[in-house]
Design a protein around this ligand. Sequence first.
Ligand code: URA
Length: 424
Amino acid sequence: MSIAIVDVIRAKRDGLELSPEQIDFAIDAYTKGLVADEQISALLMAIYFQGMQPAELARWTTAMIDSGKRSDLSSLPKPTVDKHSTGGVGDKVTLPLAPLVAACGAIVPQLSGRGLGHTGGTLDKLEAIPGWRAALSTEEYLRQLHEVGAVVCAAGDDLAPADRKLYALRDVTGTVESIPLIASSIMSKKIAEGAAGLVLDVKVGSGAFMKDVDRARTLAETMVEIGGAAGVHTVALLTAMDRPLGRAVGNALEVAESLEVLAGGGPADVVELTVLLAREMLALAGLSDVDPAIALWDGRAMDVWRAMIAAQGGDPAAALPVAGEIQIVPAPASGTLTGLDAYAVGVAAWRLGAGRARKEDPVSAVAGVLLRAEIGDEVKAGQPLLELHTDDPDRLPAAMAALDGAVSIDGPEVPLPLVVDRVG
Ligand code: URA
């Protein structure tokens, strides 16, 4: 039976459930360029308004996975487990977490992305390390998983190629903000990666994709259900992104903070979240009796980090690049620091050069924002509150403007708890 894409669009427009054949056809034909952008745009808008039933969404995600290759990691000698964050400001947790979980006996195969807009990307952060390269061949990737136990590298072109096309179209058709489309986009890539277990860190707050807890919970539940339907054990934590995570925002600054965590120090929130996510990952890998806090403290995670960086051409002992220009932002008043808006800090770091507006833009390794105080601290008017780092002083005024109203002292804000909820 031949399927006409216009019938698929009409069915979804009228709130009907798409058949597996209709879904497979739409994704396959679009990936191969056999249906027009405007037709898939219409279908995406219909999905935006009508949503998708769980079975429909599971099939949609499977069709996206099948547009490329699903890795088979079953020959690896240890359980495989990964983490995905929906993205936030100062979220460098993958850097200490991947080597930590590997040090505890699981294998972490992470295909990662670059930052866009005000949230940073893990590959951009790691590229601040002299010599480190994101692109690995399949052979190099598998060898590193065997020998080191953790890889964070760029995804190849065959990882859910349908998502690349669909995401680009969503971006220009006002259909990014659809929970089934976000969930299938993230989960198609994570399931195709091949790990047996997945922990999702769904960020909530001004600096996150999901600004409110209810939508974040719905996204988490939707992704956990998709993972389960595809045979990947999936759990999700909802975590705070109303303020930046840790004290460093920006590529080299975040690598430096991650090294502090791997050395047994670092900001309390980064350490707590890293250990909590590690516990969730180890539980999925059947290793709940291993305590990741010990592997962080005794240097085993640091040893894996060094091996992981060296295996990808990086020099773990090399000095990180530093900014030529640092501007201090003083506290505007005395009192308790009650708010430090994550979105504003993310935009400031981006304007300093840490992030990109378009996929092809370069990023600065040294640019970013360093927090000199945390929520709950007592501060005095005029004391240094933030440091703006950049190599290009012309960027400072725009970064300062982004921070207008971002700091609240003795304000009414109630910060979110670090972990807001757990799903799964
Ligand atoms: N990240 C993704 O990979 N896809 C989305 O749709 C949103 C965030």
